[in-house]
Design a protein around this ligand. Structure first.
Ligand code: ATP
Ligand code: MG
Length: 563
């Protein structure tokens, strides 16, 4: 795989320091990590942080990382999500090799361990309802109360638990709970639920089970089965660690992993909660999980953001223990930096205005060389056809321009990129007084864009030959949320940016874009970075804007530009 952060430097953060210490002290001989997504949604940029960390560490220390689907809750899981997650991890540049696992692979073992706890007098079957259990749990300031069923004898617990498994009781009628301490300061230790009855077919185990382990009961033990050495998760699980350790200490697990917590990634102008992302998709505020405005990896991919830019961004963030909000501009500047280096340039006109070159012969055509990427000579060059009728960008012409307007206006001379100097000689308008066409002359001596007599022009415009142009649809995307922290003041849906998508149906592309490769991001000169949508076809090209060339939001917000 490629570098994870663009530097060969050894990374230093508290997790990697811990691992180095563990290897040095001999506590571990090697490193095993895991990335454990719950298959109830698509992966987002926050997951990317966890993926880069877990897979990255495994690579750096010569260990391995398991991709483990945490599929303990059959109610919300779908095969679509499992497939999407695997595709996204691969796209991000990581490989789990042989190490694909599912928590459901361990259902039988977990069940046996639950019986083990019952045998040891450390778990009991409780008949309280979910509400009653909540009510008995107490609060941060008050201890919980024991369930009346807590004192059940071991044999009765075992019998009831086996009958739960056999399907003798209704959903929710009973649960299995750990017997720890209802007065524990840490609420997670107040007899947490280990098993629930849930008659719901599971995507992998079908109807075999009608009881399912909770996340807490499955997670650490799955780590132990996989011999995970460093179980890395986000800070909200810090309070679960004593419970994680309690299971590991009280069960005959084949290994004793330890959990470490780091700060999750939060990004401005985005939501990263799966509940909210699901709502955006289900209520059709966006065009699916891979809508280019979504902070999902599939959305980024469809928008044309390279995986390397995401790895670079995550690498720059580092790993720490303080929750913070990262400005989306930082991600955008990583994307721009990479694309400026890598993306080829082409010309496209998004809002065309016709230009007629009066002194260029009708039907004639000159193929002019154009450099593909000034930042990278290896990208070579192509030719662009120059003809009597051209298109320029509507906003590059003003009939009555202010002083600082250096583009085209009556009597003004500008350079057409890779072509000639042209001078505007006239304007044609429709009945409504709108400019429909402009007339120009060109100076044949300025071929390539330089005047032999040394005269200068202030503006250089992009353009496309009208007769050779490829018509296309272009979608201009902007931040999905207008405010940096959606949902802070009111419902997050109210913060949706009404201008987050503009569709332009009459764009004109230079001919070399007729068969542009799928998934390859390029720069439309002066306009931004763009990428063909997966739905784009040769007959109907459809491009998505990946990003503008500069950060327009910095200006709006009055902040300094991200770069
Ligand atoms: P939910 O939003 O439903 O709580 P989740 O985002 O925690 O779900 P999981 O599938 O459980 O989703 O996450 C898989 C892994 O990714 C977990 O180890 C989790 O800690 C990590 N992860 C999730 N969100 C972030 C984030 N914003 N930053 C860093 N890591 C994250
Ligand atoms: Mg989770």
């Amino acid at each position: 795989m490629a570098d994870t952060d663009g530097t060969a430097e050894e990374k230093r953060d508290f997790i990697r320091e811990q691992i180095r210490a563990d290897l040095q002290s001999g506590r571990h001989q090697g490193v095993v990590t895991r990335f454990p997504p719950e298959p109830n949604g698509y992966l987002h940029i926050g997951h990317a942080k966890s993926i880069c960390l877990n897979f990255g560490i495994a690579q750096e220390f010569g260990g391995h990382c398991t991709l483990r689907f945490d599929d303990t809750n059959p109610a919300k899981e779908e095969l679509e999500f499992i497939d999407a997650i695997m595709a996204d991890v691969k796209w991000l540049g990581f490989d789990w090799g042989q190490n694909l696992r599912h928590a459901s692979d361990y259902f039988e073992q977990l069940y046996q361990w639950a019986e083990h706890l019952i045998d040891a007098g450390k778990a009991y079957v409780d008949d309280l309802s979910a509400d009653e259990i909540r009510e008995h749990r107490g609060t941060l300031t008050e201890p919980g109360r024991n369930s009346p069923y807590r004192g059940r004898a071991q044999a009765e617990n075992l019998d009831l638990f086996r009958r739960m498994r056999a399907g003798e009781f209704a959903d929710g009628a009973k649960v299995l709970r750990a017997k720890i301490d209802m007065a524990a300061g840490n609420i997670n230790l107040r007899d947490p639920v280990l098993y629930r009855i849930q008659r719901k077919p599971h995507p992998r185990t079908g109807a075999i089970w009608c009881i399912y382990p909770t996340y807490d009961f499955a997670h650490g033990q799955s780590d132990a089965i996989e011999a995970v050495t460093h179980s890395i998760c986000t800070l909200e699980f810090e309070d679960h660690r004593p419970l994680y350790d309690w299971f590991i200490d009280n069960l005959p697990t084949p290994s004793k992993p330890r959990q470490y917590e780091f700060a999750r990634l939060n990004l401005t102008h985005a939501v990263l909660s799966k509940r909210r992302l699901t709502q955006l998709v289900q209520e059709r505020h966006v065009d699916g999980w891979d809508d280019p405005r979504m902070p999902t990896l599939s959305g980024f991919r469809r928008r044309g953001i390279p995986a390397a830019a995401i790895r670079d961004f995550i690498g720059r963030l580092g790993v720490n223990k303080t929750d913070s909000m990262v400005e989306v501009q930082m991600l955008e500047s990583c994307v721009r930096e990479l694309l400026n280096k890598d993306a080829e340039r082409r010309m496209a006109v998004l809002r065309p205005l016709k230009v007629v070159i009066e002194n260029f012969q009708e039907g004639a055509r000159k193929d002019l060389p154009a450099v593909n990427n000034p930042e990278n000579p290896d990208a070579g060059s192509r030719t662009v056809p120059f003809t009597r009728e051209l298109y320029i960008e509507r906003e590059d012409f003003m009939e009555d321009p202010p002083k600082k307007f250096f583009r085209l206006a009556p009597g003004r001379e500008v350079r057409l990129r890779w072509a000639y100097f042209v001078t505007c000689t006239g304007v044609i308008k429709n009945d409504a007084g709108e400019v429909t066409e402009i007339r120009c002359t060109y100076d044949p001596a300025t071929k390539g864009g330089d005047a032999p007599d040394g005269r200068k022009v202030k503006g250089t415009l992009h353009w496309v030959s009208a007769s050779a142009a490829v018509p296309a649809t272009v979608r201009l995307y902007d931040h999905l949320f207008a405010t940096p922290t959606p949902g802070k003041q009111h419902d997050f849906l109210q913060d949706i940016n009404p201008m987050s998508l503009e569709v332009l149906g009459n764009c004109m592309l230079e001919p070399s874009l007729a068969d542009w490769p799928a998934g390859k991001t390029l720069q439309f000169e002066r306009l931004g970075y763009f990428c063909p949508d997966p739905a784009s076809t040769q007959g109907n090209p459809l491009f998505n804007r990946t990003m503008t060339l500069r950060d327009t939001w910095a200006k709006i917000a009055g902040q300094p530009s991200a770069k």
